[in-house]
Design a protein around this ligand. Structure first.
Ligand code: TXA
Ligand code: MG
Length: 287
């Protein structure tokens, strides 16, 4: 199903068979929890037990949109969805079709990104088809995702709240709504998006500080005989975010061996972009 961030692989929250299929199709370990998508804020109490006032404040300003709140779950959320945890990630996606679908189903939809585990997230229906085409029942094509990086995850089960994953809503925006700074996560790998490598294409991802550095790296890699390409869009963060994953996928399709990407300053969307790039590059990146 389409969302404004990336395409999701959905299962109704009350359908254990479909939930199990999501894990098997993605080849996702069963202890990696899924985000629960609700149609609007009024469904929050159905899935979350305690909703701190600050969490509600964020929900009211950012939903529908790319913000996931981590809260304590109600028994309406099966443990299969939360990977056995007492907490659940919840968001209201802004895609109209998907919200209407949740409404018609009369059940929230648990959905991870619709890619195989550890690979680059899909931002078009074609990407989903390329990855999972034979293994899913239906792909709804609503064009390219407008944001292109996954939601920002904020954990409200700890105090003060922590940022678990930078994403489509800049941390600065969240902090200005809350009126205080978010803590960075405490080092426990609680979100798979927090593993050191994730979002990896087949080609090597080489990181550059700026355009000069990138140009040098491109010529060095070319001289070493590699098929290399520069990832474009870094001067415009919304465009960079919206096209990053599809450029990585295109490079793989074109059998490019290495892509060079400029790491943006960690401000605004730059924080999520730089997080995804570092994870795509893996532990041995140049920057
Ligand atoms: O933008 C998005 O969030 C997209 C679209 C489809 O909504 N979804 C997405 O899902 O990125 P996924 O499964 O690829 O990433 C969800 C992240 C994972 O890193 C997962 O570990 C974390 O959220 N997460 C979900 N529930 C959690 C929980 N209860 N505790 C800790 N982390 C959780
Ligand atoms: Mg994912």
């Amino acid at each position: 199903m389409p969302t404004e961030t990336v395409y999701g692989l959905g299962a109704a929250l009350d359908n254990e068979t479909a939930i199990a299929k999501v894990f098997s199709v993605k080849a996702r370990p069963s202890d990696h929890p899924l985000i629960v998508h609700i149609a609007d804020e009024s469904d929050l109490r159905f899935v979350a037990q305690e909703v701190p006032l600050d969490a509600l404040k964020l929900a009211r300003s950012c939903w529908p949109g790319p913000l996931t709140l981590l809260l304590s779950r109600t028994t309406n959320v099966p443990l299969s969805v939360t990977g056995g945890r007492a907490t659940v990630g919840i968001r209201v996606p802004s895609n109209e079709f998907t919200r209407a679908l949740i409404g018609k189903l009369e059940a929230p939809i648990a959905a991870p990104s619709a890619n195989r585990f550890g690979k680059v997230s899909p931002t078009t229906a074609q990407h989903v088809c390329d990855d999972l085409g034979h293994d899913v029942d239906l792909i709804v094509d609503d064009g390219a995702c407008s944001i292109g990086v996954e939601s920002t995850i904020v954990d409200f089960t700890v105090s003060p709240p922590q940022l678990l994953r930078p994403g489509g809503i800049p941390v600065e925006d969240i902090e200005s709504i809350l009126g205080y700074s978010l803590q960075l996560h405490d080092g426990l790998t609680r979100a798979s998006g927090m593993l050191e490598t994730h979002y990896q294409p087949l080609c090597q991802v080489v990181l550059a500080y700026d355009i000069e550095h990138a140009t040098t790296l491109v010529s060095e890699l070319k001289s070493a005989g590699k098929r290399v390409r520069l990832i474009h869009g870094s001067s415009n963060l919304p465009v960079y975010a919206a096209t990053l994953f599809s450029q990585m996928r295109q490079a793989d399709r074109d059998q490019i061996e290495a892509v060079v990407a400029i790491i943006p300053a960690p401000r605004g969307l730059g924080m999520a972009i730089s997080d995804r790039l570092r994870k795509a590059a893996g532990p041995i990146s140049l920057v």
